[in-house]
Design a protein around this ligand. Sequence first.
Ligand code: GSH
Length: 329
Amino acid sequence: MGQLIDGVWHDTWYDTKATGGRFKRSESAFRNWVTVDGAAGPDGEGGFKAEKDRYHLYVSLACPWAHRTLLMRRLKGLEKLIDVSVVHPLMLENGWTFADDFPGATGDSLYQHEFLYQLYLHADPHYSGRVTVPVLWDKQRHTIVSNESADIMRMLNSAFDALGARAGDYYPDTLRQKIDEINGWVYNSVNNGVYKSGFATSQQAYDEAVGALFSSLERLEQMLGQHRYLTGSRLTEADLRLWTTLVRFDPVYVTHFKCDKFRIGDYLNLNGFLREIYQMPGVADTVDLAHIRNHYYRSHGTINPHGIISVGPAFNWLEPHGRDERFPV
Ligand SMILES: N[C@@H](CCC(=O)N[C@@H](CS)C(=O)NCC(=O)O)C(=O)O
């Protein structure tokens, strides 16, 4: 765990002193876009045209942000167009590594780097900032297109459609405003809320974060009692972004991040929603509980110094989800 400062790796934990014990996630640094014709996207520079086998996705199977992009790749059937490298689940003094001595960890299949920070230096030898997954890499220009999962999801959603991606638009024009609105508060209080709860170093910071988290879960529970998905009857990006947090909740966040007021298994609608998406074709293959549980419990020495993995609550996501009966089409 650490960061690069002017091209040099420093092993440091998140600093919460200046923020009253509050964990603040920093902004992603590479914000270019793959587009149909290579024109610049909403930000960044142009020159990244959608092409088969040009881009490579670096992910951790443990990370909820990386998981979003992997999920979108799977739903859009992009496996043949964009290949993937998977880091080792443990993130310790060297940050994410390409050690491949854990089932499912692939090593760096492009450059055989040892550490993910070397990939960032490959793109920018003077890079300063955090070294995070996911990374969308351009094999032609040998650089990072983007390390922001929200943007990568949107590129995968539409830029490759003419190259044989599976039909499906998870960010449709008519729902964009609604999706953006939901994403905003779900990001702050849920996706990032679990981290703010778990990494808080003051009681007040924890209370604030965990309070906001469970208020939002209650709100989501109500919404999912009214319609099948967050924006209505159609599965969108907003659902996928929530889902990668829900899938980690009972196995990890309840205990490891002290998010223990309720489990997802205690909510009727959130639990049905979690199971329904888990049971969609291809989705379960993107979930690796060994990476998830090993990563969190064994990488955060400040909150779990002995690295013991808790037994975890029992659950079975293959049980009937009940959403068809509740929302007949
Ligand atoms: N805003 C980024 C956040 C990605 C992120 O924070 N990933 C975590 C893993 S779950 C990471 O790589 N952390 C390493 C670090 O903070 O040093 C995104 O959504 O892509």
